[in-house]
Every structure is written in structure tokens, then in C-alpha cells.
Write a protein that binds this ligand. Structure first.
Ligand SMILES: Cc1cc2nc3c(=O)[nH]c(=O)nc-3n(C[C@H](O)[C@H](O)[C@H](O)COP(=O)(O)O)c2cc1C
Length: 372
């Protein structure tokens, strides 16, 4: 049988990936300790079990106390969190893996319960009319506070500080979570950003906060160790709706990244839901952006072994990230290599605490790292 493209090595600049299978970032809500720090009992074995991935991207990790919007998500802003992550990166590296951390600010997808009663931050005071998972269960989101220029400056510094912490914690790189309806995406989109200053109005202005943050992060970690995630056709999720400028905004951002930056990768999502009838949506994200971006393109959402191999074979992407399949198949690389059936995930334990559904899925192959 001919070689599967997913199992061929890939050079992410000086990082040598033994395969093109990436573990996608996934919130798992296991940092249920007062510090919201990753732990030796849970996070270390969870990520180490998956170290045969070409690259692991961690769950979204808040860059500050302000950035949080879900219970028990880990942060990367305190000493205890950095110490917890150090144990994770050391164990993953010892197992032969590579690991980036996803830097996260949820913006308006939060609740005053997380902020001593203060309002969550957002580009504009527009309620996403969604739900936030608070310590007391799901609660309706509120109308957030429009960020002042000072809030924007502080948040950029929070991301820079988080990237510094990521280096100290031993990560191979960072991924900016500029996707899925969270803070940067709220700035990109005209339905969530009604600002009239330098951060709203034109496409260029709506992308400014992202690029200023990227430039600040690039002062503390090389550009080729920074990834950025985008979900251009996100529609009717977390209060995001598309308009005629949505796709042109992502065209602008991705073309600018192509022309002026040398990132580790861009990580794009195919649409989360069927957008074939949605006005202004682009249903084929990899196909649209492959010709516009000459660097490394990672694609995600809905892929399996066959479609993952195909998207690389067709040269529409360089790397493929798998999320839910990685929850229930720690040896996903081995399963693909040996053409074994994959185990179905149990969504009831996606966000619960403790090891059940987290570190309890078994490998069915020897799960060795094979440099092809
Ligand atoms: C339990 C769970 C948690 C997720 N958390 C994150 C996250 O923290 N950051 C992120 O960018 N995407 C997150 N996602 C989205 C996934 O990375 C991925 O885009 C999505 O699940 C589709 O990929 P799949 O079809 O391979 O599962 C999450 C998905 C799941 C299922």
C-alpha cells in the first residue's frame, strides 16, 4: 500500500515533525484547583499519552484573569500555572513529542461571576446572547463593556506576558486563539465590532488589535514559533454572524500574514456547520486560502483518516488537526498507521473533572514514535 500522506514527516522550520497529524486545541476543564494550574495527575499523563502526534496544541489557556470564560480552564499568567505547564512540556518532550500552547481571551463569551461582578471585555457593548459556563452552571451572557484604548493596551501586554511565560514553561511555540467567536474574532467581525476608533470601521482597523498583539508576541518569541487560528465561516455560533465583509476580512488578514510575516503556521477551520445556504459564507476554507498563503497551512474540523490523507495529497493543506478523535484515541497515529478502527468519544466527559474520559482511553497500538 502506498504511504499515507498524513504519516510523512514535515519540517515546521527547525521543528521536525515525524508526521502531519496534529492534536487540535481542546478545552477539557480539568484544572479544578484554586490556581487553575495544570496538574501532574491529570494534564501530564493526558498530553504525554498523545505525544506521538506530529504536534500537540494545548487547550485554550487564559492569558490573564480577565481572559477567562469557562470553569476549570488552565491559565498561563501565574507562577503556579507556569510550574504546572513545565511538568507537561518536560514529559511530552521526554516522550519524543512537540507542544504549542494556545493563548486565549474569550472577550464577551464570559460572565460577571468570573470578574467579581465586573462586565466582561469586548470590542463593543453587544451581548452575544449566548451562554457562559460559570461555577454555578450555564448562565446567559450579558452586555459586555466596550474596551477602552487602555484595556486594549493592557490586553496586548497580557498576551506578550503569556508568551514569555510559555517560553519559560518550555513550550515549542504558541498559537494565538483568534478564532471561534472569541476576543480577536469579535474584533474582526462587523456584527460584534461597532467601534468608530482605530480598532473598528474598516477591515484594516478591525484586524489591527490582532496584528498589534502578534507584533508584541513576536518581540518575545520568534515568529516561526507562533501560529494563529481562524474560523472564517463561523456562523450563528457564539453570537457570530457573517456579513459581506467577513470573508474579505479574513482574506486581508491571511494575505497580510503571507506577505509580511513568517509564522510557524496558520490553523484554519472548515465551517463548523453547514453554510452552503448562508449568504457571504465560504464553504471551502482550505481551497480558498491555500493559493493565498505560501507558508504552512494546517486545516481542521471534521477530518478522519481518509479525508485527512486526501487533503494533503490534493495539496490543499500541509498539516491536519484532529480534535474529538484525539480525545478517545491517544494513539491516533498508530491507529492510522495500522489501519485500526478508532474508538468513539463520549461527549458526556468532554468537560467533566477527574480522569474519567480524560486519561482513561486506551492505546491499542504500541504508540511508539516512528520517524518515517
Ligand atoms: C471538547 C472540545 C473542546 C474544544 N476546545 C477548543 C479550544 O480550547 N480551542 C480551540 O481553538 N478549539 C476548541 N475546540 C474546537 C476543536 O479544536 C475543533 O476545531 C473542532 O472540534 C472540530 O474538529 P474535529 O472535527 O476534529 O473534532 C474544541 C472542541 C471540542 C470537541
Amino acid at each position: 500500500m502506498s504511504k499515507q500522506p498524513l504519516l510523512t514527516p514535515y519540517s515546521l522550520n527547525e521543528l521536525k515533525l515525524p508526521n502531519r497529524i496534529v492534536m487540535a486545541p481542546m478545552t477539557r476543564s480539568r484544572a479544578d484547583n484554586p490556581e487553575n494550574a495544570p496538574t501532574e495527575d491529570l494534564h501530564v499523563p493526558y498530553y504525554t499519552q498523545r505525544a506521538t502526534a506530529g504536534l500537540i496544541i494545548t487547550e485554550g489557556s487564559q492569558v490573564s484573569k480577565n481572559a477567562v470564560g469557562y470553569i476549570h480552564t488552565p491559565g498561563i499568567h501565574s507562577k503556579a500555572q507556569v510550574e504546572g505547564w513545565k511538568k507537561v512540556t518536560t514529559a511530552v518532550h521526554e516522550a519524543g513529542g512537540r507542544i504549542f500552547i494556545q493563548l486565549w481571551h474569550v472577550g464577551r463569551m464570559s460572565h460577571p461571576d468570573f470578574h467579581n461582578g465586573d462586565l466582561p471585555l469586548a470590542p463593543s457593548a453587544i451581548n452575544p446572547n449566548s451562554k457562559s459556563f460559570t461555577p454555578e452552571g450555564f448562565k446567559a451572557t450579558v452586555t459586555p463593556k466596550e474596551m477602552t484604548l487602555e484595556d486594549i493596551k493592557i490586553t496586548i501586554l497580557d498576551f506578550q506576558n503569556a508568551a514569555k511565560n510559555a517560553v519559560e514553561a518550555g513550550f515549542d511555540g504558541v498559537e494565538i486563539h483568534s478564532s471561534n467567536g472569541y476576543l480577536f474574532h469579535q474584533f474582526f467581525n462587523g456584527t460584534s465590532n461597532h467601534r468608530q476608533d482605530d480598532y473598528g470601521g474598516s477591515i484594516e482597523n478591525r484586524a489591527r488589535f490582532f496584528f498589534e498583539t502578534l507584533d508584541a508576541i513576536a518581540q518575545v518569541i520568534p515568529q516561526n514559533r507562533i501560529g494563529a487560528r481562524f474560523n472564517p465561516s463561523l456562523h450563528n455560533i457564539f453570537g457570530m454572524t457573517m456579513d459581506k465583509e467577513t470573508i474579505p476580512t479574513f482574506d486581508y488578514i491571511i494575505e497580510k500574514l503571507d506577505k509580511n510575516y513568517d509564522l510557524a503556521y496558520i490553523h484554519l477551520s472548515e465551517p463548523f456547520n453547514d453554510v452552503s445556504d448562508v449568504a457571504f459564507a465560504e464553504p471551502h476554507i482550505a481551497k480558498r486560502y491555500r493559493p493565498k498563503y505560501n507558508g504552512t497551512l494546517m486545516i481542521s474540523t471534521g477530518f478522519d483518516q481518509d479525508s485527512g490523507n486526501k487533503v494533503i495529497e490534493d495539496d490543499d493543506a500541509d498539516l491536519v488537526s484532529f480534535a474529538k478523535l484525539y480525545i478517545s484515541n491517544p494513539d491516533l497515529v498508530g491507529r492510522f498507521r495500522e489501519h485500526l478502527a478508532t474508538t468513539q468519544w463520549n461527549s458526556d466527559t468532554f468537560y467533566t473533572q477527574g480522569k474519567e474520559g480524560y486519561t482513561t482511553y486506551q492505546s491499542k497500538t504500541n504508540n511508539l514514535i516512528i520517524n518515517s
